[in-house]
Design a protein around this ligand. Sequence first.
Ligand SMILES: Cc1cc2nc3c(=O)[nH]c(=O)nc-3n(C[C@H](O)[C@H](O)[C@H](O)COP(=O)(O)OP(=O)(O)OC[C@H]3O[C@@H](n4cnc5c(N)ncnc54)[C@H](O)[C@@H]3O)c2cc1C
Length: 469
Amino acid sequence: MAEDGECDVALIGAGIMSATLGTLLGKLEPTLRVEAFERLDRAAAESSDAWNNAGTGHAGYCELNYTPPGADGSVDCTKAIQIADQFATSLELWRGLVACGDLPAAGSFVREVPHLSFVEGAGDVAFLRARARQLCRSPRFAALEYSEDPEQIAAWIPLVMDGRDRGTPVAATRMAHGTDVNFGALTRSMFTTLATQPGFELHLNHEVGDLHRDGDRWRIEVRDLASGDERSVRARFVFIGAGGYSLSLLERTGIPEARGYGAFPVSGQWLRCTNRDVIARHHAKVSGQAAVGAPPMSVPHLDTRWIGDTQELLFGPYAGFTTKFLKRGSALDLLRSIGVHNLRAVLSAGLENLDLTRYLVGQAMLSTEERLALLRRYCPRANDDHWEVQVAGLRVQIIKSDGDGGGDLKFGTEVVTSADGSVAALLGASPGASTAVSIMLEVLARCFPAGWASPLWRERLAKLLPSLA
Ligand SMILES: Cc1cc2nc3c(=O)[nH]c(=O)nc-3n(C[C@H](O)[C@H](O)[C@H](O)COP(=O)(O)OP(=O)(O)OC[C@H]3O[C@@H](n4cnc5c(N)ncnc54)[C@H](O)[C@@H]3O)c2cc1C
């Protein structure tokens, strides 16, 4: 094994999270020596890559699962407003980085695409009306438009209204200034800029196998997958941004905060439109109601995407059952993740979520015809020959011990940090990429308390994100 290397910060994984943390640290503390390790030969090739996620810029504008209805007909909009605020913070950082030349022109990774929610049937129309009324009270949603007029909705989203039975009530909301984000392109651009900074190094084809304490540092064991060489690197601070593999690496740290977590993977597929005329007729992200039993991240949406300079159209995601934690992971990942410390939590979460398991297995077994039938609820005139299956990324949901022997399945993201702030990991799935900046600011506040409180960081942060000053 090669000699130990030394750095201040080690980033495990080269997805949007590590790229964001590396970028923030580069601005706040430019003298730090930062090394990033990525097992694949390219940054952002897992969940952060364009076709692996929906690029929605989870802004809370259209996803109905962020505004649950109350029993009394009210709608709780807290989560949607919080996510809209977080997405605004991400946009602010990206704009600032474009302005100072650290990111290429915004059009290379973010485009304006309206966000709409669409429902049909009297019950859902009443819900959407109440939701719109409630959301409009927030300044973040001041521009929200609401309509029950089929002609107006057809003008907004012709594909959704073409061929639809006009006897059923429909309603839609629209945020004209929604976005589509290519997180893969954004991440790679961030790493390209980081690579020009003297203290930063990205090692592709390098897999982190183990990490353990070594005095006041972490020693991480790294394998060069191209040459087979192994070496260890000592770091003061480690960020585990390994996507679906974050939990297993976190467990290897042995910190008590890692105990009691389990993981539950959900695979994803889209239907991708191949007909250019159809793609050109739709310019929106349209989110609807989830099917009964569906997990919140399986709310179907019909999305315009911009991949490079090409406009695309996808529908989905169709969730499915998998035992892998990364697209390029192992079929044994799920089995390997279960141990004595989390067995009860995992079993209990499994038993309490049998509906979800049934739903996922059912989704995985859908025939192409059944997938197209679901698509036709959003796009009634969809032609079978114009759509093909595109495999999406995986989401690894967290199972968290409830401290009583049971386990809760969580659909959000969670930052886990050691008591001394020397290691942090990001677990969970959504909302992820679009809220990356807020999540990484939380990591900085928890793990770099002295820097975070210092006037120098405050001043630098105010330049990066004036709205937070
Ligand atoms: C179907 C789907 C739709 C989604 N839609 C949206 C959306 O519309 N909006 C949104 O905001 N979010 C969305 N998400 C979530 C979003 O994609 C993720 O939150 C985000 O990409 C996670 O970024 P990350 O950097 O944590 O992980 P990743 O991008 O997965 O990166 C982790 C990296 O770590 C590497 N790695 C793993 N183990 C090791 C190791 N031992 N050593 C070295 N490297 C390692 C992996 O190869 C990978 O490159 C979606 C996700 C899916 C699956």
